[in-house]
Design a protein around this ligand. Structure first.
Ligand SMILES: CC(=O)[C@](C)(O)C(=O)O
Length: 293
């Protein structure tokens, strides 16, 4: 098994699709399939569960994925140290994102960058995800993780890193809101909502109100930051629509006080991405970062 095998394997682990990986890595599907089979034979384990053309990692596959990521990263570090390339980059990179994104998405985005450019100082500021694009426009941050706004300003470049579905959450401990939500057909117009001040989630809630013909919703509070909304729901103040990743990264003490309402049709997921001022993409630090995402 060599580094190329590991790269092919990692690509397939991400795409979960033989055809897509074969195309993206310029090998024929049969070569790819043989290569993976060879790896499986070498390890004496199935790496993927196959279902027509799509695949899913087995437990052994998941372990190999971690090994492959670490090995390729170490190799890159070594290559970098040997050529002295990249080490010369220094300075400061100011990143803005939500507390959630700092847990959920930032580490994978930054790992490679930090390995390649250890002398660059990362200054991380957390806050309301809905402010991320503004922070870039006002130059308070160099890079930010943001939900894609409906209208992306033409001066901003946005690179997608994931999709964020929304979930409707309600208090799970006994309280008046909990009781209201237990009804077979909840009276949406009379249930208090906790809303984000602005941003993509707010736009989707407004759409959702329109879809459910809730013209005069009960608004318990309008809050900056999805994490604060989650804790207000945990307190029993109301229900809320929030990105599922925010709930997934909440502490257990909070999550245990919340349930997800799954019988309600929700609005579409939004794209999560990294944004930057287009005119700054020529700057060495920013360019180096942009090449890696
Ligand atoms: C928009 C964004 O950064 C997240 C991860 O979805 C969030 O914190 O809500």
């Amino acid at each position: 098994m060599d580094l190329r095998d590991l790269k092919l394997f990692l690509h397939l682990a991400d795409s979960q699709h033989f055809g897509k990986t074969a195309k993206a890595t310029y090998v024929s599907p049969s070569t790819l399939s043989r290569q993976i089979q060879r790896m499986e034979e070498e390890l004496g384990q199935m790496l993927f569960l196959r279902d027509n053309r799509t695949v899913q990692l087995t437990h052994a596959g998941q372990q190999l994925k971690i090994f492959a990521q670490q090995t390729l990263l170490h190799y890159q570090q070594l290559k970098n140290a040997l050529t002295q390339e990249g080490e010369s980059l220094s300075g400061e990179l100011r990143i803005f994102c939500s507390v959630t994104a700092a847990y959920s998405h930032l580490p994978t985005i930054l790992d490679q960058f930090r390995a390649l450019h250890p002398n660059v100082e990362i200054k991380l500021t957390t806050g309301d995800a809905a402010d991320a694009v503004d922070k870039i426009q006002s130059n308070d941050a160099d890079l930010a993780i943001a939900g894609r706004p409906e209208m992306l300003p033409s001066t901003i470049d946005f690179r997608k890193i994931g999709e964020i579905p929304l979930v409707l959450i309600t208090p799970s401990l006994p309280c008046p809101v909990h009781t209201q939500m237990l009804e077979h057909k909840p009276d949406w117009a009379n249930i208090p909502f906790i809303l984000p001040e602005h941003g993509p989630t707010r736009r989707r809630i407004d759409q959702w109100f329109r879809r459910y013909h809730i013209s005069n919703p009960q608004i318990y509070a309008t809050v900056a930051g999805h994490e604060a909304i989650v804790s207000m729901v945990a307190l029993g103040c109301g229900i809320a629509l929030i990105p599922s990743v925010v709930l997934d990264n909440s502490p257990e003490t909070i999550r245990s006080r919340i349930s997800v309402v799954d019988h309600v049709t929700l609005t579409s997921a939004f794209d999560l991405g990294v944004c930057v001022q287009k005119k700054r993409l020529n700057e060495p630090l920013i360019r180096a970062f942009w090449q890696l995402i």
